[in-house]
Design a binder for this molecule. Structure first.
Ligand code: 5GP
Ligand code: MN
Length: 336
């Protein structure tokens, strides 16, 4: 994105937030820490400014994954407010408009502020504040908060911190720059209890999550000298361990950490429809030589260069063939 475009969009978002009164906030399906943190933080910022804000999420997202249940979701509705058409819709952390399950907010004349950090964001907003240099959407929301003069209380600071800590892989991913640490420092100053947040997000995990990890690790395959390290999870794995779908969070980091890996992949079966297996594929790049968002787009999804995903009907063998082909094509290009 060109810098001028970004500055203009940022100014326009600030102007609209100052000027307008009624908002509805949405994020992507199966929200992660950045999605929820950005949503809750933006809601609190608008409320602090005296605005009328409603967070809208589909009823079937509940209960949330256990690690996010501590969020205070007062002001959240699972049905659209009756005055929806008069409200400005703020999309947070949503690379494309179809990633929200809420068909109701996609009307042709909807006024949309699209706030996101995915480089492949499809720019579906009336205003697109898309900054791929931001480590997380929460970082963009944090910048808006400061410019709007809102002083964060502990809950607002913690919501932003959850987005930051989860999307930067606890400040370890390549998207972690000085700004991420400045943001962390300011949020800690505002009252974030870092250890308590760490415990909520990464400890206290249900035993079934460990059992699911064990199954995934027992099934790791390496292809092309390890360039592709992949594991598959079937419905049976979830049933046998009692794991929920969200318990796959973090498994892929184990695969990514294996020496020689260029791309780590985790495929989990979502459901079976006749002969067709629906799976969700998560992809991670190790050293950045392979852009996994390009692979995900080829598979019908998207994401970041180092973390991306897509849904597929390919079976395990076809999926491996597809991924090997995609990785080989990119590595051939990068070696010329
Ligand atoms: P995860 O593997 O944690 O589910 O997703 C990693 C990243 O990939 C997400 O932050 C998101 O940007 C992207 N992503 C995952 N699944 C999809 C998908 O189905 N469609 C799109 N457009 N992006 C996805
Ligand atoms: Mn994000």
């Amino acid at each position: 994105m060109d810098r001028n475009g970004a500055t203009a969009a940022r100014q326009q978002v600030l102007d609209e937030i100052r000027k307008l009164e009624r908002f509805v906030l949405v994020t992507h399906e199966h929200p992660d820490g950045d999605a929820l943190g950005s949503l809750v933080a933006m809601h609190r910022i608008l409320t602090a400014l005296g605005k009328d804000s409603v967070m809208l999420m589909a009823a079937d997202e509940f209960p949330l994954p256990y690690e996010y249940r501590f969020f205070d979701l007062q002001g959240l509705s699972t049905v659209p407010p009756s005055d929806l058409v008069q409200r400005t819709i703020i999309f947070l952390d949503c690379g494309n408009i179809d990633r929200t399950p809420l068909a109701v907010v996609k009307g042709d004349d909807a006024h949309i502020l699209n706030i996101d950090h995915h480089h492949d964001n499809t720019r579906f907003g009336t205003v697109d504040l898309v900054d791929p240099a931001a480590s997380c959407t929460a970082e963009i929301v944090w910048d808006l908060m400061r410019t709007l003069g809102v002083e964060p209380d502990q809950d607002l600071a913690e919501a932003l911190y959850v987005g930051l800590v989860t999307d930067t892989g606890k400040f370890m991913y390549e998207n972690t720059g000085p700004r991420a640490h400045v943001m962390a420092a300011e949020l800690i100053d505002a009252g974030v209890d870092t250890h308590a947040i760490y415990r909520r997000l990464y400890e206290d995990m249900p035993y079934a999550k460990l059992a699911l990890l064990a199954r995934a690790l027992a099934r790791v395959e390496r292809h092309d000298g390890g360039a592709l390290t992949i594991a598959h999870l079937t419905r049976e794995d979830f049933d046998a361990t009692g794991a929920e779908d969200s318990y796959t969070e973090g498994i892929i980091d184990h695969l990514r950490s294996v020496e020689g890996t260029k791309v780590a992949a985790l495929a989990r079966e979502i459901g079976i429809d006749g002969d067709v297996h629906h799976s969700k594929v998560s992809l991670r790049s190790t050293d950045g030589e392979v852009d996994v968002s390009a692979i995900a787009r080829a598979g019908g999804g998207g994401g970041h260069r180092q973390a991306a995903g897509f849904s597929t009907e390919l079976d395990d063998e076809q999926l491996v063939a597809f991924l090997r082909e995609q990785i080989a094509a990119q590595m051939a290009l990068s070696s010329t």
